[in-house]
Design a protein around this ligand. Structure first.
Ligand code: M6R
Length: 608
């Protein structure tokens, strides 16, 4: 969702701000803006793409050696220039990510003090509040600290002032914010990708931190406003992962990066030569030792990874496992069990619903928490006792692809680790599972090679309004994921059902205009799936079947078949998701939608 970048340097920062905002575009936004200090405060804001705002800044000849920038995804107030950030009050300009819950009370109070509001945003309240506190004479940092102490809600803030042209102040609570350390220049950003061209040395601010940046240094202050030392990390985000290279879209690139992403993610397992607790953190042996059950919490695609893992955790590790959408779990009266393992899954590590579900679980006394996440040092892993980082690399396309398959790999490793701790994994089985993991990148590559056939199907889907996806058992979540991918990027309405459920209602939808996609691996449920296919065919439905090469499945009238590679056993869902990802990608391409930035969606969903 919203993104922040800021720089204080001995050079013109406008190109740095614009470049940073472009790198934040993937998060989703509908307007952008910059404000710089050069004598006074100059601001440029536009709705639409960053490129439009950049053109306006160039036309207006805006240059300065300190400034802040923002991409806004509208929450409070519509998509208008006056609601875009930065917001100005007196001599200060400010950008904000997050939501201020007590903005209405503060607005009334500030109006009573004589402040006039130009926008409908909650953010403008903060700008006026800082200006109000500046009048007490303590300087910009003090004014920021006083203002945030009166706010309720979530914020990452960066503020500059006409009257203090040599410093920038920032604050963080509930939203990610990091400081980048350069040589004679310093930066702030909500996401390391925004500043990685200038520096890789970063400090991740902690909850309640404020900080002051000058060209020559950074001082961080903790919750009590005392100076604190924070660890400096060196980010390993590669520039290549942030750029398209020879691909047309990030989604296409990320689909094709899956063999590499999986190979990188299993590296730790291979290094350990087995499924050991240490894969999940230093005190994992103690935390995982006698868990009574597993509760998985996640949203969207990450939730479907959890649904897949349930089949493994119950089947292989013999542990009861529930999977719940985070935004539902956080608002119900869950029964606490201190021996239950809470597993949150999140590509971004920032998803607010997942974070709040985790906090809720902890508030119930659930201390055994594990996060499976793709973004180092993001909020959810930081709030969890155990962490396993997937190594998918930066995922830019809004539609999650390589994050999903690497999450599945991590969850499979967790399953095997739990099974081993519970004495349910003998050496021979462990060796077999390790071998299957080792072969997985090659199996994925085989599935990727099906692209020309999948593209031909996608061209037929492009004119459809609806589609059904069917799967059974551990492949039912893959059908769900296929339907989600198709609807989010091609805007074709798609639903997924367990194939056996069709006759209990959805069969009424089936006619010649409704394509039905079936995931049909060569597993113990194959014969059942074949019967379900007959049920659809008998009603004139057109079938599109992804069947393992060794499933003995041939095309017939109204039944199109793409032969996926031989059945790979327990890891089959990870292979079968590849063709449905490609189907969605090519259907979207054929329909001419914005594949990487589908309408109304954001990459990191940091609001409720
Ligand atoms: O970053 P997260 O994994 O927590 O994100 C969860 C969902 O918002 C995300 O998976 C979303 O459903 C994707 N756009 C699906 O492609």
């Amino acid at each position: 969702m919203c993104g922040i970048v800021g720089a204080i340097a001995g050079r013109d920062v406008v190109p740095l701000l614009v470049d940073g905002l472009k790198r934040l575009e993937y998060r989703g936004y509908d307007s952008s803006g910059i404000a710089v200090v050069n004598g006074g405060v100059r601001r440029v804001r536009r709705t639409g793409r960053v490129a439009e705002m950049e053109a306006a800044a160039l036309a207006e000849g805006v240059h300065a050696d300190m400034g802040i920038g923002h991409t806004r995804w509208a929450t409070h107030g519509g998509v208008t220039e006056s609601n875009a950030h930065p917001h100005i009050s007196g001599g200060i300009a400010l950008v904000h990510n997050g939501i201020i819950e007590n903005h209405e009370q503060q607005r009334e109070r500030l109006q009573a003090l004589g402040y006039a509001f130009e926008s409908q945003t909650d953010t403008e309240v903060i700008a006026h509040l800082i200006d109000h506190h500046l009048k007490s004479g303590g300087g910009l940092l003090r004014a920021l600290q006083a203002a945030v102490s009166e706010l309720r809600g979530a914020y990452a803030l960066a503020v500059v002032s006409r009257d203090e042209p040599n410093r920038m102040v920032v604050a963080r609570m509930g939203c990610p914010l990091l400081v980048g350390l350069g040589e004679g220049e310093n930066f702030v950003a909500s996401d390391v990708s925004a500043i990685v061209q200038s520096t890789r040395r970063v400090i991740f601010l902690e909850e309640g931190d404020t900080a002051e940046l000058t060209r020559d240094g950074v001082q961080v202050f903790g919750v009590e406003r005392q100076p604190v030392e924070r660890e400096v990390h060196v980010s390993d985000v590669s520039l290549a992962s942030l750029e398209l290279g020879p691909y047309s879209h990030f989604m296409q690139k990320e689909i094709h990066e899956q063999p590499r992403a999986i190979a990188d993610t299993i590296e730790a397992v291979m290094d350990e030569a087995g499924f050991v607790p240490e894969l999940f953190g230093a005190d994992a042996a103690e935390v995982l030792a006698d868990v009574s059950s597993v509760q998985i919490l996640a949203c969207g695609t990450s939730y479907y990874a959890g649904l897949t893992a349930r089949y493994w955790i119950e089947g292989i590790a013999g542990l009861p496992c529930s999977v719940e959408i985070a935004s539902e779990y956080r608002y119900r009266d869950a029964v606490a069990d201190p021996r239950q393992l809470i597993v949150t899954i999140s590509q971004s590590g920032e998803t607010l619903d997942t974070m709040e579900a985790l906090k809720y679980a902890k508030s119930l006394g659930q201390e055994r928490t594990l996060s499976i996440c793709n973004v180092p040092e993001s909020a959810i892993p930081r709030a969890s006792r155990l962490v396993h980082y997937t190594r998918a690399g930066a995922e830019i396309g809004v539609a999650s692809t390589k994050a999903f398959t690497t999450q599945l790999v991590a969850l499979f490793s967790l399953t095997c680790t739990l099974a081993r701790l519970r004495g349910r994994l003998d050496e021979a089985t462990e060796a077999r599972h390790l071998d299957a993991l080792r072969r997985l990148p090659g199996d994925i590559q085989h599935a990727l090679n099906l692209e020309p056939q999948v593209r031909a199907w996608a061209d037929r889907f492009a004119s459809k309004h609806h589609a059904l996806f069917l799967g059974r058992g551990v492949h039912y979540p893959i059908a769900l994921e296929g339907a989600l991918k198709l609807k989010e990027i091609s805007y074709i309405h798609a639903e997924a059902y367990p194939a056996g459920e069709l006759k209990h209602g959805p069969l009424a939808l089936v006619d010649a205009a409704m394509p039905v996609v079936v995931i049909a691996p060569n597993d113990s449920l194959l014969e059942k799936v074949k019967s379900n296919i007959q049920e659809v065919r008998a009603r004139g439905g057109e079938m599109y079947v992804f069947a393992d090469a060794d499933a003995g499945f041939g095309p017939s009238e109204g039944v199109h078949v793409i032969r996926t590679p031989r059945h790979v056993g327990v890891l089959s869902p990870i292979v079968h998701v590849i063709p449905v990802q490609m189907l969605a990608y090519h259907a979207a391409l054929a329909r001419g939608t914005d594949v990487d930035k589908p309408r109304n969606l954001a990459k990191s969903v940091t609001v409720e």
